[in-house]
Design a protein around this ligand. Structure first.
Ligand code: GLA
Length: 410
C-alpha cells in the first residue's frame, strides 16, 4: 500500500515536471549581433533568375575569392528562387536533385571552406514567386532543415500569401529560426507594402522597401499587373525611411545591377555610390565569373565600401536637388562625412560648393557638418586621392549620369 502511494506521488511529480519542461515560449526576435553593418554578398536572381545549380554557386564562390571581392568584404553567396525540389512524404523540403545533386549540406560545406557564407530563399506563402514550394505551414520544419544544412542567411519572400498578415508571418519564421538555433540573417522581402520598417527591426536584419529593381538607370518597366523600377526610381522610393535604419536593421533598396551590361560605367558608379550612401546591403547581382575590369573596380572600391560599412550605421540623406542634380550627405564615425554629387540629368553639371556657407545638418541623427569651425581634409572616394580641404570651395563638374563622391575627414 505504502509502495503504491509512493508510486502515485512519483507519477504526479514527474508529470508536473514534464508539463513544465514543455512550456516553450516562442522567441520572435531575430538573432542579435548579425549584420551590424549592411550585409555584403551576391545573389543569383538579377542575372540568373531560375537558372541556378551547384556548379554556378561553387564557381561564384571561387570567383568571389579570386576577384578580390571577398577581400573587399563580400561574404554571403545567396541562392534565390528555384533551388527547390519537392517536399517528401513527411513534409521535408529537398533541393532540386538535378540542379543540386550533391545536396545543400555539401554545397554549404564548400562555400564555408572558402571562408564565405551560404544563403537560401523561401517564401511566406504557399508557393514562391517562381512557383516552388513555399514555407507556409512548414516554417519550423524548413528552419530546422536549413539549420541542418548550415545555412547562414534566409531571404523570405511574399508571393502567394493570401490571408496572411506580414508582421505575423515574418515573426513566425523568426521564431522558427530561433527554435532551430542556428544564427541566420533574415532578409524580409515584403516589398514595403505593410511598412516593414516599422515592425521589422526586431524581426529581421533587413527589409525590402520597394518592388524589384529593373536593369536600367532611369526607367519603369511595366509588367501589366506589377512594375519594376530603375536605379533612380528605387533611390526615390527611399525617401522618409532613414530613421528606421541602423546597426543590425537596414532598409534594403534591392540588389545591385552593376556589371549586368545595361548601365554605363558612370551609371554603375552612381548606383554603387548611392547604395553606399543609403547604408544599403551591397548584394551584387551579376556574373562574378565574367567581370570586366571596370565592374571589379566599382564593386571593390575600398572607400565607397568604407562609406557603406561605416560603424555608425547612419543612412545618408538628400541635402539638395535642382534640375536633376542632387547632393547627398552621410554622417560617418568620428565626426567624418561622405558627400555625393549625383548627376541624373542628360548634360554635364557644374559644382560650385562653398563648405563654409552651406548648412549641412542631420536633424534625425543630430549631426552637423561645421566647416567654419572644423577644417576637414577632402578625399575623392573614386580616385582615392586627396583633393584639398574645406577651406576652399569645391569647383568642378560631374558628367551626365555619374557621381562624384568625397570623404571629409577631421
Ligand atoms: C520576388 C523578389 C525578387 C526575387 C523573385 C524570385 O520578385 O522580390 O527579389 O526573389 O521574387 O522569384
Amino acid at each position: 500500500m505504502k509502495f503504491r502511494f509512493l508510486l502515485l506521488i512519483a507519477f504526479f511529480t514527474s508529470s508536473v515536471a514534464f508539463s513544465q519542461g514543455n512550456n516553450y515560449v516562442q522567441n520572435y526576435n531575430k538573432f542579435d549581433g548579425l549584420a551590424l553593418t549592411p550585409p555584403m554578398g551576391w545573389n543569383s536572381w538579377n542575372k540568373f533568375a531560375c537558372n541556378v545549380d551547384e556548379k554556378l554557386i561553387k564557381e561564384t564562390a571561387d570567383a568571389m575569392v579570386s576577384s578580390g571581392m571577398k577581400q573587399a568584404g563580400y561574404t554571403y553567396i545567396n541562392i534565390d528562387d528555384c533551388w527547390h525540389g519537392d517536399r517528401d512524404s513527411l513534409g521535408f523540403i529537398h533541393p532540386d536533385s538535378k540542379r543540386f545533386p550533391s545536396g545543400m549540406k555539401a554545397l554549404a560545406d564548400y562555400v564555408h571552406s572558402k571562408g564565405l557564407k551560404l544563403g537560401l530563399y523561401s517564401d511566406a506563402g504557399s508557393q514562391t514567386c517562381g512557383g516552388r514550394p513555399g514555407s507556409r505551414g512548414y516554417e519550423f520544419q524548413d528552419a530546422l532543415t536549413y539549420a541542418s544544412w548550415g545555412i547562414d542567411y534566409l531571404k523570405y519572400d511574399w508571393c502567394n500569401t493570401d490571408g496572411l498578415k506580414a508582421e505575423g508571418a515574418y515573426k513566425t519564421i523568426t521564431a522558427a529560426l530561433r527554435k532551430a538555433g542556428r544564427p541566420m540573417v533574415l532578409s524580409i522581402c515584403e516589398w514595403g507594402t505593410d511598412k516593414p520598417w516599422v515592425w521589422g527591426p526586431s524581426v529581421g536584419h533587413l527589409w525590402r522597401t520597394s518592388g524589384d529593381i529593373f536593369n536600367c538607370f532611369d526607367c519603369i518597366e511595366d509588367h501589366g499587373t506589377w512594375k519594376s523600377w530603375g536605379v533612380m526610381q528605387i533611390l526615390d522610393k527611399q525617401d522618409g525611411l532613414r530613421q528606421y535604419a541602423g546597426p543590425g536593421h537596414w532598409n534594403d533598396p534591392d540588389m545591385l545591377e552593376i556589371g549586368n551590361g545595361k548601365l554605363t560605367a558612370g551609371e554603375d558608379r552612381a548606383h554603387f555610390a548611392m547604395w553606399a550612401m543609403l547604408a544599403a546591403p551591397l548584394i551584387a547581382g551579376n556574373d562574378l565569373r565574367n567581370m570586366n575590369q571596370e565592374t571589379v573596380e566599382v564593386l571593390t572600391n575600398k572607400d565607397i565600401i568604407a562609406i557603406n560599412q561605416d560603424v555608425l550605421g547612419v543612412q545618408g540623406f538628400q541635402y539638395s536637388k535642382l534640375d536633376g542634380f542632387e547632393v547627398w550627405f552621410k554622417p560617418l564615425n568620428h565626426g567624418n562625412w561622405a558627400v555625393s554629387f549625383l548627376n541624373r540629368a542628360g548634360e554635364t553639371k557644374k559644382i560650385d560648393f562653398n563648405w563654409q556657407i552651406e548648412k549641412v545638418k542631420d536633424e534625425v541623427f543630430k549631426k552637423e557638418l561645421n566647416a567654419n569651425s572644423i577644417l576637414y581634409k577632402i578625399k575623392n572616394a573614386w580616385t582615392r586621392k586627396s583633393v584639398g580641404t574645406t577651406k576652399n570651395g569645391l569647383k568642378t563638374e560631374v558628367p551626365s549620369h555619374d557621381v562624384l563622391t568625397l570623404i571629409l575627414e577631421k
